[in-house]
Ligand binder design. Structure first.
Ligand code: ATP
Length: 372
């Protein structure tokens, strides 16, 4: 679902801003520290109920204020509001002015994906980001995933509690048995999703990195050895688990690795290539979400940056055109997006209905009407 308008109140340095977004392309330009990322962060917050920059949701509230508020209207003018007072632990979420209890209803409605300059460092730096990425896709694409994941998390908590209390008894045996069942369900859902993702990824790699596309493979690790049953793995890990105080194998330990000719992608690809790869992966996930949910995801690109050369930007533009969803891209100045504007011009798409430019200065976002 695309976003028609965003109202932001006391979110970081954005005191009070009401923005009408373009259904296609939005360029958010401004100097360092002007508030570009904060604006994208506010949109991301609506789709995820959290920031992409911090795990502490109170830090996004304006320094001098106690409460922040974001309201978003979709293309059918359906309104969703999310606010949080520093004194409250939870958010107040409203749909058409009426209180709703689930953040997941927002996430379900707005499938927001983001690529930031840090994304690839985080993504290739450790399993946590890769897990988050894959599970986000599954949340949207596989309707059974959310309930399976919640059940798994509950069982894992119980099993860990037994381990911490050194309860090697029938409770522990019960939760171990439940844990194996829940792990197996999640592992199968993830395996199936990885296969879909790998197929879709090839399409986007062919556009974005055609010279490497055929060499890139995805390998899925389910969280325990591929040659062993989880029950046997847990038996062999029992001593270690009781020493560490937590469950050492299972669906929470899953990972996805990407290889170029069998070698880790982060070793083989340059920074610019890694960025392109992550764009391909993000686009693949967005397409899968679109196919299943019949709604288009929203793409945020924070700081298009200088890593992409002219050829890469041209490919990026081709991919964006094919993706055909609502996009918001931030950049320091017009020079960073000029190659995209040139392409729009070439395609005779450089018209007001296809894109909107905004300028951000000291937390104030204004529309740039005329472009030279
Ligand atoms: N909770 C907050 N309350 C008020 N201002 C804040 C808060 N958190 C951050 N800021 C300020 O908001 C400003 C905008 O930050 P933001 O990261 O959005 O800038 P940006 O335009 O994306 O910059 P860059 O191009 O360097 O990434 C910064 O000057 C920062 O100090």
């Amino acid at each position: 679902m695309s976003i028609d308008s965003v109202y932001v109140n006391n979110f970081r340095n954005l005191v009070e801003q009401r923005i009408q977004l373009n259904r296609q392309l939005n360029f958010i330009l401004g100097d360092n520290g002007s508030g570009k990322s904060s604006f994208l962060e506010a949109i991301f917050f609506v789709g995820h109920g959290k920031s992409f920059r911090t795990t502490k949701s109170d830090t996004v509230c304006h320094f001098d204020e106690e409460e922040f508020f974001i309201n978003v209207k979709d293309e059918e003018q359906l309104s969703f509001g999310l606010s949080k007072h520093k004194d409250n632990v939870s958010f107040l979420i409203k749909k058409q002015g009426n209180r709703i209890n689930k953040l997941s209803e927002l996430a379900d409605h707005f499938a927001v994906q983001i690529v930031t300059p840090e994304s690839f460092k985080l993504f290739f730096g450790g399993a946590k980001e890769r897990r988050k990425f894959l599970d986000l896709g599954l949340f949207h694409v596989e309707h059974k995933f959310s309930s399976s994941w919640k059940l798994f998390a509950k069982i894992l908590k119980h099993r860990n509690a037994c381990i911490k209390s050194r309860l090697d008894n029938q409770h522990f045996a019960y939760w171990t048995n439940e844990f194996i069942k829940a792990s197996t369900v999640l592992a199968e859902l993830r395996q199936a999703y990885c296969e879909q993702l790998a197929n879709e990824l090839t399409i986007w790699l062919d556009i974005l990195m055609p010279e490497l596309s055929s060499e890139i493979t995805l390998s899925y690790f389910r969280g325990w050895s591929a040659n062993k049953e989880l029950v046997d793995t847990l038996v062999s890990f029992k001593e270690k688990e009781f020493k560490q105080g937590f469950t050492a194998a299972g669906a929470h330990k899953f990972d996805i690795k990407f290889l170029v000719s069998g070698k880790p992608i982060e070793l083989k690809l340059s920074r610019g290539q890694q960025k392109l790869f992550l764009v391909a992966l993000t686009f693949a996930q967005m397409k899968l979400i679109e196919q299943v949910k019949q709604v288009k995801a929203i793409l945020l690109i924070d700081d298009i940056g200088a890593e992409l050369d002219t050829e890469s930007r041209s490919r990026f533009y081709q991919a964006l055109k094919l993706l055909n969803c609502q996009v918001a891209i931030s950049a320091i100045d017009i020079a960073a997006i000029q190659p995209l504007l040139d392409k729009l011009e070439q395609d005779k798409l450089k018209q007001q209905e296809n894109y909107t430019m905004f300028h951000v200065e000291h937390g104030k976002i204004s529309r740039i009407e005329e472009i030279g």
